[in-house]
Design a protein around this ligand. Structure first.
Ligand SMILES: Cc1cc2nc3c(=O)[nH]c(=O)nc-3n(C[C@H](O)[C@H](O)[C@H](O)COP(=O)(O)O)c2cc1C
Length: 171
């Protein structure tokens, strides 16, 4: 099983989760790369793609990467977001990612909170339209924390196991 962990990260939150995912993968062939450096995707059986939620959706760079994944790969998605875990904003980003993948096989998703740049929160606090969201984003301070990292490792191990099952490599 050849595994790629590709991620996009602007302030390091998603990179931290990507590193945890990568560390938990007990396979001989694996690579951890920013999505812009992951050019040739043909060799991989399982591809993890991680991104920060931006404007309730997926950053353009990640959409571009997802569209480049050749057919027949097993794909696992992860995201960090300022909003609450399991909330509608994070969910809409996963829907956007699934849409970009156009029917490819996604074997699982993982999301956790990631602290938001203080300048951005200050900006949003000024606008009545964004006030509720800015308050929600404030409580993401300190994330991803140790519990998020532990969950990400668990997610990685589960995805690897699922991919190997599909691959028929385990009895
Ligand atoms: C321009 C911008 C837009 C954002 N929009 C959202 C959003 O719609 N929903 C959300 O939950 N978080 C949003 N966030 C917060 C990020 O998703 C969060 O801080 C994330 O952990 C950043 O990850 P990174 O450090 O890997 O870039 C936004 C952040 C930025 C910079």
């Amino acid at each position: 099983m050849n595994v790629l962990v590709a991620y996009h990260s602007e302030t390091g939150n998603t990179r931290k989760i990507a590193e945890a995912v990568f560390a938990a993968l007990h396979v001989t062939q694996k690579k951890l790369l920013p999505i812009v450096e992951a050019t040739d995707l043909t060799a991989y059986d399982l591809i993890f793609c991680g991104f920060p939620v931006q404007h309730h959706s997926v950053p353009a760079k990640a959409v571009h990467f997802l569209r480049r994944i050749p057919p027949g790969k097993k794909i696992a998605l992860f995201a960090t977001h300022g909003s609450l875990r399991g909330g509608e904003k994070a969910l809409s980003a996963f829907y956007a990612a699934l849409n970009a993948l156009q029917g490819q096989t996604v074997i699982g998703t993982f999301g956790c909170r990631g602290q938001v740049k203080p300048q951005l929160i200050d900006e949003w606090m000024e606008s009545p339209q964004h006030l509720a969201w800015a308050r929600e984003a404030q409580s993401a301070n300190g994330h991803p924390d140790a519990a998020d990292v532990a969950d990400a490792r668990e997610f990685a191990a589960t995805m690897l196991y699922a991919a190997e099952q599909v691959h028929g490599l385990r009895k």
